[in-house]
Design a protein around this ligand. Structure first.
Ligand code: HEC
Ligand code: HEC
Ligand code: HEC
Ligand code: HEC
Ligand code: HEC
Length: 367
């Protein structure tokens, strides 16, 4: 009986060795500057003893097989995610604590601080940024001068710089700023006002991440802080970018995880739906839908259900002094919006409602 068990164990170990070899090859071709192979060799040597083999079997199984079963075609689309997209932001892709990842949960700690809270990557209850009129904003933002604005084909008015409800999104989605670059870390220490306008990696390094050293061959062991405070990376660039999220989340990656290239808007906004653009007035004259409701605080929105509230599934405009403007959050809600009432699956792509049959476009354009 024991002998049979040992045989099975040996066979499994051999399989793991082959698997690890394949993995280490794909890793070293991924990024030459990260020497992963020595770490993997070390792991292979340790495989000689049966208890470690069992241990590794557990680890490998959770990381590389059963535990990770995203929908969609691995490596070919951006569509698949472990997030259930139900209930709230915690179950969406915008949960950057990746707390729904079980098994090898610290795989990414060398690349970004793991704050263990969902909201903190964007908001802080106290000491929020005063350089941007976004709600209790906790992130470093780029100045408006960092962006090229949409030029337009035959627009009715000029396109202004991106407003706060766009700059907030672009602080991750332009691909240049570290995803973990906040002013106020969780807990009572770790606050830097200067972070609102510029990134200080030594400040970010003060966060104590668990297990950055033991990252199972993901990059160089690097003490208790991450080696990198990675940004998402460059727009449309599927190639390997050391130190950026795209290093692993690239198109066609071998990890079976979402590719970020489709999510990186870049700093050149000339190829994106205009933001910082006024809604033409009077709308009907310019083929735009009339009848936006206005609240006394200046918010304008389509009150589709006539309840006098600006609901999350209603398209809205943002006014911070220059008149009501279309911004990223006019069409998207970064917290996700249930597509059919509380508890239902969120509308895809953080849209305020699904764009099936171009419903989102018809919300404003009469075409
Ligand atoms: C990925 C970034 C991000 C995360 C994470 C995030 N938010 Fe937000 N939140 C925003 C942005 C951007 C806005 C402003 C845009 C808008 O009007 O919706 C906002 C607006 C808000 C608002 C005011 C407008 C509204 O829709 O009510 C509240 C309240 C809010 N967030 C609460 C939260 C809470 C609570 C959490 C955590 C459970 C959270 N947010 C997580 C980005 C984020
Ligand atoms: C703190 C960084 C951060 C901020 C701020 C942020 N995002 Fe994201 N967003 C991400 C990351 C990272 C992903 C990819 C996550 C994944 O694939 O698991 C993502 C994914 C998305 C996606 C793709 C979702 C899908 O299912 O296709 C959309 C759309 C999106 N974000 C829109 C926005 C908008 C709009 C805002 C502002 C209102 C915003 N994001 C603010 C980090 C951020
Ligand atoms: C060293 C490779 C690597 C790097 C670099 C990396 N990730 Fe990941 N990421 C992974 C792996 C592997 C998983 C799946 C983890 C698991 O199942 O244990 C993952 C999963 C995720 C998820 C959950 C995806 C989903 O929608 O289900 C998010 C969000 C995420 N990563 C964000 C980031 C961000 C933001 C960065 C850059 C700051 C980053 N990652 C950098 C390897 C990496
Ligand atoms: C006029 C409405 C509108 C505005 C404004 C807008 N988006 Fe989108 N966005 C959409 C729609 C609709 C989709 C879904 C496209 C699809 O289904 O392929 C989308 C998709 C996305 C995606 C996911 C891409 C993908 O392939 O799934 C990201 C990321 C994103 N938007 C971010 C932003 C950011 C950041 C801004 C502001 C700079 C912004 N959006 C402004 C309507 C808008
Ligand atoms: C929140 C309202 C709103 C939504 C939703 C919206 N748009 Fe727009 N769109 C505008 C405004 C405002 C302009 C600038 C109009 C102007 O100045 O003439 C614009 C401009 C455009 C332009 C540029 C026209 C030019 O001459 O360069 C195109 C194309 C466009 N929208 C297509 C779309 C599509 C496709 C969708 C759906 C994915 C969409 N819009 C959703 C408000 C919206």
């Amino acid at each position: 009986m024991n002998f049979l068990y040992l045989l099975i164990l040996l066979a499994i170990s051999a399989l793991i060795v082959r698997h690890l070899h394949r993995f280490s090859r794909s890793c070293s071709s991924l990024d030459q500057s990260m020497s992963l192979t020595p770490i993997m060799n070390h792991a292979l040597i340790r495989l000689n003893s049966a208890p470690s083999a069992l241990l590794l079997l557990f680890c490998c199984n959770t990381l590389w097989a059963g535990d990770w079963s995203p929908e969609g075609e691995p490596g070919t689309t951006n569509n698949y995610t472990r997030a259930s997209n139900q209930g709230g932001i915690i179950n969406t892709r915008h949960n950057l604590t990746y707390s729904y990842i079980t098994g090898y949960a610290n795989a990414m700690t060398p690349y970004q601080n793991k704050y263990g809270e969902v909201c903190v990557y964007c908001h802080t209850p106290h000491g929020a940024a005063n350089n941007i009129k976004a709600p209790l904003w906790n992130r470093t933002v780029n100045p408006t001068s960092a962006y090229n604005t949409y030029e337009g084909y035959r627009l009715n008015g000029p396109v202004d710089v991106p407003g706060p409800a766009s700059l907030a999104c672009l602080s991750c989605h332009d691909g240049t700023l570290p995803v973990d670059s906040v002013m106020n870390m969780p807990g009572s220490n770790g606050y830097s006002r200067a972070q609102q306008g510029s990134v200080n990696t030594s400040f970010l390094d003060t966060w104590n991440n668990p297990d950055s050293t033991t990252n199972m061959g993901f990059g160089t062991p690097c003490g208790d802080s991450p080696c990198f405070h990675a940004s998402m990376g460059a727009e449309g660039n599927g190639s390997v970018q050391s130190g950026k999220c795209m290093r692993c989340h690239q198109d066609g990656n071998n990890y079976g995880i979402p590719a970020f290239s489709g999510y990186i808007i870049g700093t050149d906004l000339r190829n994106d739906h205009p933001v910082g653009v006024a809604y033409p007035d009077p709308p009907e004259t310019f083929d735009f839908r009339p009848g936006m409701a206005a609240l006394s605080n200046g918010s304008t929105y389509f009150d589709d259900d006539n309840d006098g509230h600006m609901d999350s599934n209603e398209v809205r405009l943002y006014d911070v002094g220059g008149g009501p403007m279309v911004e990223c959050a006019s069409c998207h809600d970064p917290h996700g919006v249930p597509s059919a009432g509380a508890g239902s699956e969120m509308a895809p792509s953080f849209l305020r409602f699904t764009n099936e049959e171009s419903a989102m476009c018809y919300a404003c354009h009469v075409k």
